[in-house]
Write a protein that binds this ligand. Structure first.
Ligand SMILES: [Zn+2]
Length: 330
């Protein structure tokens, strides 16, 4: 019988409810990407239960968005799951090169793949919390560095060995086809791969071309209309002077247009939705994540989809059936 590996152990794939498919529950406080604030996570997640959600997928890679560099605080996800009354599925991955821990940057493809497999079969870091999904595995803005390619190939090799689904991070939606080229090169079924952050690009043609190669896509930054970020980690000894940043505006009305258009074209069972809510962006999005937190998707975005002709059953496919299919392993 298919099951889903949560931080508290296996559960039936029929028991997930709606699924927030790409979140970071220890990154809800602005002012730093580290910090295991269980109380804040529980308070933020509790409203999801009244909106039909039973599961949250925490896709935090080693060393960023709330996951310790050695994965030790993955164990705290158990307390969040118990107190919030939600299933939590933990991912494992390494992020963009500039954010990755030293041990990962120095590792070979084989060593990284072995790490990810161990995370799924024994436990993340030194914990006994098993990863139930791979990701978010990242590639850069218009480029894939040699390290990012090694790590991406390692995640794909771990996918083949474990059968777990792989969720990716694209930076501004770039390098998505290059990710799928690696998927094909490593002999992975694109139907087990979700190309992430396609709504930071908002190109229906791009989304459809990825779907037509057999992959799934994630519209997973819903509510993050304004985004402004450093291209490398902040802190340490910064050089005085100018530095590079990226910023954009992506309206949720256009995210809804994208989803509704793809649903109309028959892709409803290969789209997943999420907010990728992190405290670092709440202040820039006061009317979405700032005011409503995790409630935004169900309370505001789903009605936008209905206005565009997406029916309730199609919403349940995207929020419940497709994530369950992805997260289930035999
Ligand atoms: Zn993310």
């Amino acid at each position: 019988m298919p099951f889903v590996q949560t931080v508290l152990g296996p559960v039936a794939d029929t028991d997930l409810g709606r699924v927030m498919a790409h979140e970071h529950v220890f990154s809800l406080q602005p002012g730093g990407w580290m910090g295991t604030d269980v109380d804040a996570a529980v308070a933020a997640l509790l409203p999801l239960r009244d909106l039909g959600f039973g599961t949250v997928v925490d896709l935090s890679p080693y060393g960023v968005v709330g996951r310790d560099p050695d994965g030790a605080n993955a164990v705290a996800l158990r307390e969040v799951a118990v107190r919030a009354g939600l299933h939590i599925v933990a991912g494992t991955a390494v992020y963009l090169e500039s954010f990755a821990p030293d041990w990962a940057r120095e590792a070979s493809v084989e060593e990284l793949a072995a790490r990810f497999v161990r995370d799924a079969t024994v436990g993340i870091g030194s914990t006994s919390v098993r990863a139930g999904v791979l990701g978010e595995q990242a590639t850069g803005l218009d480029t894939i560095s040699p390290f990012e390619e090694r790590a991406f190939r390692a995640a794909l090799q771990a996918q083949r060995e474990t059968g777990l689904a792989l969720f990716t991070h694209t930076t501004h939606g770039t390098m998505a086809h290059e990710q799928l080229d690696l998927v094909v090169a490593e002999g992975v079924d694109p139907g087990r791969v979700v190309v992430g952050h396609l709504d930071t690009q908002l190109s229906a043609d791009l989304a459809q071309s990825l779907l037509d190669r057999g992959a799934l896509i994630a519209v997973d930054t819903i509510g993050k209309q304004v985004w402004d970020f450093f291209l490398g980690p902040v802190g340490g000894d910064r050089a005085e002077g100018e530095f590079a940043k990226q910023a954009f505006f992506r309206a949720d009305t256009r995210r809804a247009d994208l989803v509704a258009g793809l649903v109309e074209r028959g892709y409803v069972d290969r789209i997943v939705l999420a907010q990728d809510l992190t405290g670092a962006e709440c202040w820039m999005n006061p009317d979405t994540h700032g005011r409503l937190g995790y409630r935004y998707l169900a309370e505001v975005f789903v009605p936008m989809l209905h206005e565009r002709g997406v029916d309730e059953d199609q919403v349940e496919t995207m929020l419940a059936r497709t994530p369950a299919r992805l997260l289930a392993v035999a």
